[in-house]
Design a protein around this ligand. Structure first.
Ligand code: ZN
Length: 119
């Protein structure tokens, strides 16, 4: 890692520049938990949607048991993953709004899939 003040190369674990003494602490940018939550959310959505597409292409009777349980389970998992979004929001009041909206998503997702499964 190079010092942002004098550009001297320093060891990655160095706390201060060996040339000018500038603190190197703030030059490190660790991944924030929010970024990880968002990546997990995007990954779940991608896996669920691609998986659903593959099942629907592979099985003509995908809307019948037992395959529909796999699809509904994946849909419910994706709806549950909406809880990751308000967790990633830093602003407290917007986080509360996000939790309410995510809760509506989750209730809707479970309700609509239960209707689908008992049909
Ligand atoms: Zn320096």
């Amino acid at each position: 890692m190079n010092c942002f003040n004098c550009l001297t190369p320093n060891a990655d674990d160095a706390k201060f520049c060996k040339n000018c003494g500038t603190s190197l602490y703030f030059t490190k940018t660790p991944k924030s938990p929010s970024d990880i939550l968002l990546i997990v959310f995007i990954t779940i959505g991608l896996i669920v949607n691609i998986g659903q597409f593959i099942i629907q292409q592979a099985f003509d009777n995908w809307y019948q048991a037992p395959i529909k349980y796999a699809i509904s389970g994946a849909w419910i998992l994706q709806c549950l993953s909406f809880i990751l979004l308000p967790l990633a929001i830093k602003d407290t009041s917007l986080k509360t709004v996000g939790f309410i909206l995510a809760a509506i998503w989750i209730i809707y997702g479970i309700y609509s899939n239960v209707i689908f499964l008992i049909r």
